[in-house]
Every structure is written in structure tokens, then in C-alpha cells.
Design a protein around this ligand. Structure first.
Ligand SMILES: C[S@@+](CC[C@H](N)C(=O)[O-])C[C@H]1O[C@@H](n2cnc3c(N)ncnc32)[C@H](O)[C@@H]1O
Length: 332
């Protein structure tokens, strides 16, 4: 769908108010973890996944001298967050970028290092609630799924052009879908007759391809839609380069908080933070030299989850996995 056919921002804002959409996840814990790094005058926090600015607004309210850099690849999110954060305009910089463009974004603002990073990964309620973006299998819409609707191939393009083996592989890797081979085969068979352009078409192909014995094991489209979304937005590849870029931009004492919503993301975050918090001394080295000491310390033991009370109040928080770290030594 063309952008001018999509909902206007004002209608979306009304929708936001009506649905009370996007309550920031684990907000108090994020504030608690980042607070020691961002309380001093002149501190800079990067919200790498600005979304509708829920976390950003709370940080700007609570830290009156904080400067916030907000990044998002979704231009609609930036417009909405821009409206919401207008009262703090003199302390806010918004940048349209994929968050692996962190280094360039900070360079563009003349910032060599920053004091905090917040990543609240995944799709926003805005993206899920706007049917025409094609993220939700429960609503019929064109199969778009691009978080940045201004560029790149859509989910329909992936379904139309990828060979069967590639479809099978993304369903397996990004959706952990046991029926990946069967679903990939069904898509190839179908697309030869008719292009697959709408979510309802895809749901029907997947439902038909699901053996009756498994038809009650959750919605057949759930994992395939997740896999397509990850592929279309290259979510894991981007995360693999974004976290190291964020870590290397943190000043000593600076902190990073990352909230993941599925195990593939959390695995990447875990590996990168644990590696940063490990000594680089060669095995068997008798003493740990200064340059081998860890650059980071972990602030969380494993992952932190939302409380039962928060899950009830805000179901989006149910799958969240939070990890955090602090820079303790400058880059060697
Ligand atoms: C879960 S929402 C963030 C919600 C936000 N914390 C709030 O309270 O409103 C995630 C946002 O990150 C953005 N996003 C996801 N991956 C991104 C990436 N690789 N680069 C830039 N933005 C990204 C999405 O477009 C979405 O708006």
C-alpha cells in the first residue's frame, strides 16, 4: 500500500489514545539501571528503538538535564515520537536510521561518546496495530512487514523470489518452525499459479499445509510471520553489528540496557555482552595485564523478566528478556 493511503498521523494518535497503545516495558527497571550513568548534567542517552517515545518521554521527564538521541527506522514512529517529545525539543535529537547506523548518527551530532543506550527490540504496537503494514497474521493486509516502509523488499517480494531452500531455511532459523520444509513447498506450489501478496492468502496456504494432527498446536502462521519479519528487516544481522557499535560508543561508567522479545535476539545480546565482560588474557597467562581486563561488567545475572503483575497489565511484556552492562574500562 502506498504511504499516502495509510492512516494519517492524527488518526494514529487518536488510535494510540483509544487503545492506550504501547505501555513502555520494564520502565522502572530501565530507569533504575541507567540512572547512575545519566544523572549528571550534560549526560546523553541514546534510545536506539525510539518507537512512539514511551521510554524516551519518561527519561526526559525524570532527568531534566538529559539529552536524548532517538533512533528509529520507521518514519511514522519518528513523527509520532517527535510530537510527543515536542515539550523537550531543546534536549532531543531524532534520527531516521537503522540502528546499525549508530556510529554515523552520533558522528553527525558531533558526539564522540555517550552515557547510556536503550534497546527495546522488535516491532511496536503502532506497527502491529496498523493493519496495512502487514505484520499481523490475524488481519488481512498486503504482505509488507518493512519497519522502514520507505525502502527494501517486502515480505511479498521474499515469498515471490526466494528459492524453496531459502524459504525453508528462514522458517527454520528465524521461526524455529518444525514444518518449515512443508510450508516452503506449499508456498512454491502456490506461487506458480498466483502471486502471494496478502496475509490472508498466506495464512490460508499455511493452514491448508498443516497436518490435521497439528492443527491445534498454536496458529500455523505465527512462526512463519515472525521469520518473514526478521528476514525482511534483517533484524538479527543488524543487531549483531548494532550492539558492538553501541558498546564502543559508551563512555566509562556508561550503561546499556537491551530488551529482547525472542530467544534468537537474546542469544546475540548475551554473547556480545558476556564477551565484553570477559578477560581477554590468553589461557595460561600468569597475570591479567591491564589491557586484558574486561571492558564491561554485567549488571544483570542472566536475564530479567517482567513481573506477573506487569505481564497482566501489559501483555507485550510477557516474552521480554532484559540484559544490561556497564563500561568499566576505556577501549584499549
Ligand atoms: C518495541 S518498539 C520501541 C518502543 C519504545 N520503547 C516506546 O516506549 O514507545 C521498537 C521500535 O524499534 C524500531 N526498530 C526495530 N529495529 C530497528 C532497527 N534495526 N533500527 C532502527 N529502529 C528499529 C521499530 O521500528 C520500532 O519502532
Amino acid at each position: 500500500m502506498e504511504r499516502n493511503q495509510s492512516l494519517g498521523i492524527l488518526e494514529t494518535l487518536t488510535l494510540m489514545t483509544l487503545n492506550n497503545i504501547h505501555i513502555p516495558v520494564l520502565l522502572e527497571r530501565c530507569v533504575e539501571l541507567l540512572s547512575p550513568a545519566i544523572s549528571a548534567p550534560g549526560a546523553v542517552l541514546v534510545d536506539a528503538t525510539l518507537g512512539m517515545g514511551g521510554h524516551a518521554e519518561a527519561f526526559l521527564q525524570r532527568f531534566p538535564e538529559l539529552t536524548l538521541v532517538g533512533l528509529d527506522r520507521d518514519t511514522d514512529a519518528l513523527t509520532i515520537a517527535g510530537e510527543r517529545l515536542a515539550p523537550f525539543a531543546n534536549r532531543v535529537h531524532l534520527v531516521h536510521t537503522v540502528y546499525d547506523g549508530i556510529a554515523e548518527a552520533l558522528q553527525g551530532l558531533g558526539l564522540e561518546s555517550v552515557d547510556g543506550f536503550l534497546f527495546d527490540l522488535g516491532v511496536s504496537s503502532l506497527q502491529l496495530d496498523r493493519a496495512e503494514r502487514g505484520f499481523a497474521y490475524a488481519k488481512d493486509a498486503p504482505l509488507d512487514m518493512r519497519m522502514d516502509a520507505t525502502t527494501g523488499p517486502t515480505a511479498a517480494d521474499v515469498l515471490a523470489t526466494y528459492p524453496e531452500s531459502a524459504l525453508r531455511s528462514i522458517f527454520q532459523r528465524y521461526g524455529e518452525e518444525k514444518l518449515a520444509a512443508r510450508y516452503a513447498r506449499a508456498i512454491i506450489a502456490h506461487r506458480d499459479g498466483e502471486p502471494i501478496e496478502r496475509s490472508a492468502q498466506l495464512v490460508s496456504i499455511l493452514t491448508d499445509a498443516t497436518p490435521a494432527a497439528l492443527s491445534h498446536a498454536g496458529h500455523p502462521a505465527k512462526r512463519v510471520f515472525q521469520a518473514l519479519r526478521i528476514e525482511v528487516n534483517q533484524e538479527l544481522a543488524v543487531l549483531e553489528s548494532a550492539i558492538p557499535a553501541a558498546l564502543s560508543s559508551l563512555s566509562v561508567g556508561g550503561r546499556i540496557v537491551v530488551m529482547s522479545y525472542q530467544s534468537l535476539e537474546d542469544r546475540i545480546v548475551k554473547q556480545l555482552l558476556v564477551a565484553g565482560a570477559a578477560s581477554t588474557a590468553p589461557v595460561g597467562f600468569p597475570v591479567e595485564l591491564e589491557q586484558h581486563k574486561p571492558e564491561f561488567r554485567l549488571l544483570t545475572r542472566g536475564t530479567e523478566l517482567a513481573s506477573e503483575e506487569e505481564k497482566l497489565r501489559n501483555p507485550r511484556s510477557t516474552p521480554v528478556r532484559l540484559r544490561a552492562a556497564e563500561r568499566v574500562r576505556s577501549i584499549s
